[in-house]
Design a protein around this ligand. Structure first.
Ligand code: S3P
Length: 440
């Protein structure tokens, strides 16, 4: 899956980002399209699907459980839904590669099936905390074994009779919320989840789009088990988390003027735009419209002088995947940027606070990591070598520093960029960055 050849990005300094482009489909929505399409009755046609390794891992898992899926071809898929009770036992463990979303959401979706199943992943995924999902699922009656450290492999036992629960999330996590709600589809009675702060709501929106009744009251979402989902056509918008790299690159590269097409603008995902604008970025939202229950727009971004800010904590869950990119914006801003309340960054595909801090230091950018964030002193990155630690978003973030760097930047361990942004080097090159990918 993500264990292909190691590769590095070689970035020459300078360049600007111009033109019009569309980044690949939203990863969160792509995962959910497969999951809900598989559980629906009838066919689901998907366009704009992300053909990245993470969402393809979800697709392969459902094929292994007997779901017929045609494609993907040019982002198009046809899923033959099996209904809520139609999944079959896979022949072996489901390998979810690098994908935390696949593992956590599937854990909930599979907790109440009539068959046993084991979920495994790569080295990074096997380090990530899973008790945050297995604990509430156990409260519902699921029997799931983890490693002693609370990590994968996850061994889900067959035949658990799930009961709905009323669960207050201890961390603001859409993955945990979604895992519990997906288990709730198979539970007796009501399942309710209350979140401490708003997190992405694609699961709730998409369930409603498939005709499932979901009720929201304030911070609480509820559904009742045993309903039905009806197949539909579904259009996946471009991923704002992938667009984020380009928004940062174009903001800091002098002379940039670029338009990103059809970007998902779900209000639970737009923290990166709010934060960049607060730093002085010039981002225009054009032609806002609806794409099957998700708001989308085109984004025009032009280079602008950025200034450091104190990032409001209420924006953290709304920009949780965009901090590697935002740290590069901070590194090229005037003055200091302070991030707090973001300890979750330490348990992403890598420890994103430490890995970014090390990379920024390698480029001569003064910074001070903290348990829950970082302080970054803006300046001019110099030449250097970065170890991305196999984290796709760290690799792409540092690629965006090149236009402002005083010398070449080498970024190592970039193969996992394919998990979320296939075609990144081609697209970044076409937009104006001098990027070369070499096998190493
Ligand atoms: C995701 C939720 C976020 C995010 C991840 C995708 C999802 O994780 O970081 O990349 O699709 O639900 P948490 O919910 O754990 O913060």
């Amino acid at each position: 899956m993500s264990g292909g050849m190691a590769s590095s990005f070689l970035m020459a300094p300078g360049g600007s980002l111009t033109g019009r482009l569309r980044v690949p489909g939203d990863k969160s929505i792509s995962h959910r399209a497969i999951m809900l399409g598989a559980l629906a009755e009838g066919q689901t046609r998907v366009s704009g699907f992300l053909e990245g390794e993470d969402s393809l891992a979800t697709l392969a898992a459902f094929r292994a459980m007997g779901v017929r899926i045609e494609g993907p071809e040019g982002g198009n898929l046809l899923i033959e839904g099996l209904g809520l009770r139609g999944l079959k036992a896979p022949a072996g463990p489901l390998d979810l590669g690098n994908s935390g979303t696949s593992m956590r959401l599937l854990c909930g979706l599979l907790a109440g099936q009539g068959f046993a199943v084991t979920l495994v992943g790569d080295a990074s995924l096997t380090r990530r905390p899973m008790r945050r999902v297995t604990a509430p699922l156990a409260l519902m009656g699921a029997r799931i074994a983890t490693s002693p450290a609370g990590t994968a492999p996850l061994r889900i036992q067959a035949g658990a009779r799930l009961q709905g629960i009323d669960y207050a999330l201890p961390v603001a996590s859409a993955q945990v919320k979604s895992s519990v709600l997906l288990a709730g589809l198979f539970a007796q009675g009501h399942t309710c989840v209350t979140e401490p702060a708003p997190t992405r709501d694609h699961t709730e929106r998409m369930l409603a789009g498939f005709g499932y009744v979901v009720q929201r009251q304030g911070a609480t979402v509820c559904l009742e088990g045993g309903g039905r989902l009806v197949g539909r056509a579904l259009e996946v918008p471009a991923d704002i988390s992938s667009a984020a790299f380009v928004l940062v690159g174009a903001s800091i590269a002098p002379g940039s003027d670029l338009t990103l097409e059809h970007v998902g603008m779900n209000p639970t995902r737009v923290g990166v735009i709010n934060i960049l604008r607060a730093m002085g970025a010039d981002i225009q939202v054009l032609n806002p419209r609806d794409a099957g229950g998700e708001p989308v727009a085109d984004l025009r971004v032009r280079a602008a002088p950025l200034r450091g800010i104190r990032i409001p904590e209420d924006q953290v869950p709304l920009a949780i995947d965009e901090f590697p990119a935002l740290f590069i914006a901070a590194a090229c801003a005037e003055g200091e940027t302070l991030l707090t309340g973001a300890e979750e960054l330490r348990v992403k595909e890598s420890d994103r606070i430490q890995v970014m801090a090390d990379g920024l230091a390698a480029l001569g950018i003064a910074n001070e990591p903290r348990p829950d964030g970082i302080r970054i002193q803006g300046g001019r990155p110099h030449a250097g070598r970065i170890d991305s630690q196999g984290d796709h978003r760290v690799a792409m973030a540092f690629a965006m520093a090149a236009p402002r760097a005083s010398g070449p930047i080498e970024i190592r361990d970039c193969a996992n960029v394919r998990t979320s942004f296939p075609g990144f080097t081609r697209l970044a090159g076409a937009a104006g960055l001098a990027i070369e990918e070499v096998e190493s």
